[in-house]
Design a protein around this ligand. Structure first.
Ligand SMILES: NC(=O)c1ccc[n+]([C@@H]2O[C@H](COP(=O)([O-])OP(=O)(O)OC[C@H]3O[C@@H](n4cnc5c(N)ncnc54)[C@H](OP(=O)(O)O)[C@@H]3O)[C@@H](O)[C@H]2O)c1
Length: 298
């Protein structure tokens, strides 16, 4: 297939490009730094630096939309929120306009979203039928999904990837947690009772490949391992795998003071289950957190 990818240079995108290239697909990656695409995504991957380069005559069979400015890296000022919004919602709108203009429409659009869609839901078990939550990240995800679904009007099959924090040894959440945990400074966040969904990068990539090929798949999919854990359990398990103690607690008041509104990413509870993926027959290589961490941190 000829596949167009936004966010192909990111943590998920790089792993995905490796797998797609191994399957023999021809890839074009949108990047603001086109000179880095070959190194990050593989030799032979074409770079596009602005969406306007996708002319109506240009044919793609599938589109994977993962672009988005990192959400946790900076305080959510009004300006930063706009950047987060533009790099997801506005960019997705522009992408769908390119699809509308294309003479040969892609059969499928797999478009990013996050488990943040559900907001802060305590102990509630969340499958894809659960309603959207409130707060900035929930609103961002809802609008991101609405923008992607516009492509359905053109007969494009749209899958929405409600992604849990991705565990990888190439950056992301684990990378941020490793140093304090290795120093024995790993801390439970707040009361530690908030549920943390997660997914191993290999499972994520395998599920994307599956959704790409499965002509029946459409709508939202919780991209999360079937065994979410509380933050307290995540903290204990990571410390155990690293053979380090965990004595500390980062109180929620301190996290809120230091991180502002963005502390929601650490303190809100999302107990997400991948109901629709499992109903479609998907199996996870890493269903259990300890096995996922041991595979990534040998
Ligand atoms: N990783 C996770 O744990 C996780 C969890 C939930 C949801 N997600 C979502 O999944 C997507 C991919 O995550 P990731 O961790 O792979 O992201 P990442 O490593 O932070 O990479 C972000 C990607 O988005 C692209 N990008 C950022 N701003 C852009 C803009 N204004 N225009 C065009 N491209 C832009 C970057 O491309 P260039 O810099 O090359 O232009 C890069 O490829 C993101 O949208 C993220 O919100 C990720």
């Amino acid at each position: 297939m000829r596949i167009f990818i936004t966010g192909g240079t990111g943590l998920i995108g790089r792993a995905l490009c490796r797998a797609l290239r191994a399957e023999g697909h021809a890839l074009t990656v949108l990047s603001r730094h086109p000179e880095t695409v070959a190194a990050k995504c593989g030799a032979g991957v074409e770079a596009m630096c602005v969406l306007a380069e996708w002319t109506p005559q240009r044919a793609f069979d599938a589109v994977i939309n993962l672009a988005g400015e990192p959400i946790v890296d900076a305080r959510w000022s009004v300006r930063r929120k706009q950047v987060l919004w533009d790099s997801r919602v506005t960019l997705t709108g522009e992408l769908v306009r390119r699809i509308n203009l294309a003479e040969h429409k892609p059969a499928v659009l797999l478009s990013g979203s996050a488990v943040g869609y559900y907001g802060d839901r305590g102990e509630t078990v969340l499958d894809e039928n659960a309603g959207a939550g409130s707060g900035f990240s929930a609103e961002l995800c809802q609008s991101w999904e609405v923008a992607a679904r516009e492509a359905e009007k053109q007969g494009v099959r749209v899958c929405l990837l409600r992604t849990a924090p991705v565990l990888s040894n190439d950056g992301g959440l684990l990378d941020k947690m490793l140093l304090p945990f290795k120093l024995g400074l790993g801390a439970r966040l707040g009361d530690g009772r908030q549920w943390m969904s997660w997914i191993h990068i290999d499972d994520y990539v395998a599920l994307v490949l599956r959704l790409l090929q499965d002509a029946q798949a459409h709508g939202p999919f919780n991209m999360a391992a079937p065994q979410p854990v509380t933050n307290a359990e995540f903290t204990r398990t990571l410390a155990h795998v690293l053979h380090r103690p965990t004595f500390f607690v980062a109180p929620s008041l301190v996290l809120k003071a230091v991180m502002g509104e963005r502390s929601a990413l650490l303190l809100e509870s999302q107990r997400v289950l991948p109901l629709r993926l499992e109903a479609a027959g998907a199996r996870f290589s890493f269903a259990n957190l300890e096995s996922a961490l041991r595979a990534l941190l040998p």
